[in-house]
Structure formats: C-alpha cells, structure tokens
Write a protein that binds this ligand. Sequence first.
Ligand code: ATP
Ligand code: MG
Length: 288
Amino acid sequence: MSLLTLSEVTRTVIPPDQPALTILSGVDLTIEPGDHVSIVGRSGSGKSTLLNMLGLLDLPTSGEITFDDRPVKAYSAARRDRLRGAAIGFVFQQFNLLPGRTALENVTMPLLYSTGRTFWRRKRIAAEMLELVGLGHRLSSMPDRLSGGEQQRVAIARSLVRGPRLILADEPTGALDLDTGQSVMELIDEVAVRTGAAQVTITHDPTIARRARRHFRLDRGVLTPVDDPSLEPLTRRDRRQVTPDAEGSGAADSPDADADSTLERLGLRDQSTSSSDAPPVSTERTDS
Ligand SMILES: Nc1ncnc2c1ncn2[C@@H]1O[C@H](COP(=O)(O)OP(=O)(O)OP(=O)(O)O)[C@@H](O)[C@H]1O
Ligand SMILES: [Mg+2]
C-alpha cells in the first residue's frame, strides 16, 4: 500500500487580469511508507506549490492524489484537515515559532487539537519530544533566547509531536549554517527512521538532497527523477539565499510569504501574533 500518490497532477492558477498560469504539469510521484525523497529545483519552479499538494493543503486542478490509496478529493475539507493534522508534519525554512511562548508551549500547540489521554498528557508528550531533540533543558526558554539551530529543533519537535507518517520539509536548513544544517537533517532522519515516517525534503542544497534515497528535480512544474542531485546544474539564483528583501523576490512569492499563509492554514500561527512585537497571548490552560 502506498502512503501518498500523485498521478498526472496539474495545478493552474488564474491571476487577476492575466492569462492562466500552469505551475505544475503532469506530476507523477509515489511515496511509500518510510520513503525518503528529495526534490530540487530553481526558485519559482513550483516546489512549494508541490509541497502544498503533498501536504493536502491544496487540491490539483486536474489529476489525482491518494492517501492510503484513497482519493483525497472525495474528502471534505474538514476531513482533509484532520488527516493532515494526524498524519503530516511540516518543517519550514523559517522556524515560525510563536514569540512570547516557551519552547514547551510551542511544541504543545499541535496537541491542543487532540482528544482524551493525549490531550491531558500533552505537556508531558511535548517535553519528551523536546528531550528527544536535545532540548530537555530549555523547556521554558522563549524562542528569542534560542540559537537558530535550537529554534529549528523546537520547530522539528513541534512538527513531529503528533507522530506524523509523512514529514514534509521545505528548505529546512535554509536559515542555518552548514554544520547546524547537517545536524538538523540528521535529527529529522533519526526521528523518521525511528518512527517509520516517510520524508520529502525540498531543497536548493545538493548535499542535503543527497541524504535521500530517491531524488527528483522540478523544472517549470515538470518533475523528473535524477540519479545524483549533486550533479544537477544549479543556477546562481538556486544557491542564493532568497530573503524577503532580496532583489527580484516579491513578497508574494518569498519563502516567508509561502510559509506565512501555509502556517495560518495549518493553524500554527495566531494571526494576532504573526508579528514578532505583538504581545504574547496565552490560551494554554493549566493542567496539573
Ligand atoms: N496563487 C498563485 N497565483 C499566481 N501565481 C502563483 C500562485 N502560486 C504560485 N505562483 C507562481 O508559481 C510559481 C511557482 O511558485 P512556488 O512558490 O511553487 O515556487 P518555488 O519553487 O517554491 O520557489 P522558491 O524556491 O522561490 O520558494 C512562481 O512563479 C509563483 O509566483
Ligand atoms: Mg518555495
């Protein structure tokens, strides 16, 4: 049984007053349980759009997506949300931790949607997850007191705390130095192997891509298998760190803008705290 399949997936958008734009065309991809796949591609090639399909955030314009061999288009949006929450963990370039909340509160957040025993044990489960990523001693630290690598570890703990069967990572090491990036990838690999989760990593970095078992390249919305991503020619723009104010990168297609809208849809961002100087909001109930 396959975990996730995309067959002939196409995604077309019609921007206002502009001709239709095909972002993905004829994408075929099968993800098996425990699989490890990397996707490289230049900026604007459709990687985040594809990740949104894999994460059941968007439906294709044509073609079919199945999860556990069942077509997801038959599901209601609410059922897709539940499936995503229970089965898929997202890791982004920007760690997107809620400012003004401790590491423990950030990791506890996804468990607020759980029920029964998991809900009542949520703080202990989150603390164990932080322990697993090597931050058992920083439970009550605020994100701005943590290094970039530590913040990404908290973000990973938050992504994995519900035990996803699929981990989707979009430039997970993009904001980290080389060594920290490698150790963060090792951590994701370790958790994935331990839990049997499948992993799809989208990256500009051939060294990160090579960690996967199977490699693909996305070029203008067309996905093709490649043997060795380190042999794939990348343009200078591919290698460049794209930041919101980098030339030529408009806010609408910046990684931040991608992640912001995705996070809101994932329920991992309070609109009231989307700016770092917004006051902290505490909705956490105390259970002892
Ligand atoms: N809703 C939309 N409306 C119009 N154009 C869109 C929309 N979503 C994506 N695009 C365009 O489709 C192309 C692919 O976008 P996408 O965000 O998937 O690229 P990407 O490969 O993730 O790029 P990057 O590496 O810079 O993050 C871009 O040119 C983008 O501007
Ligand atoms: Mg992107």
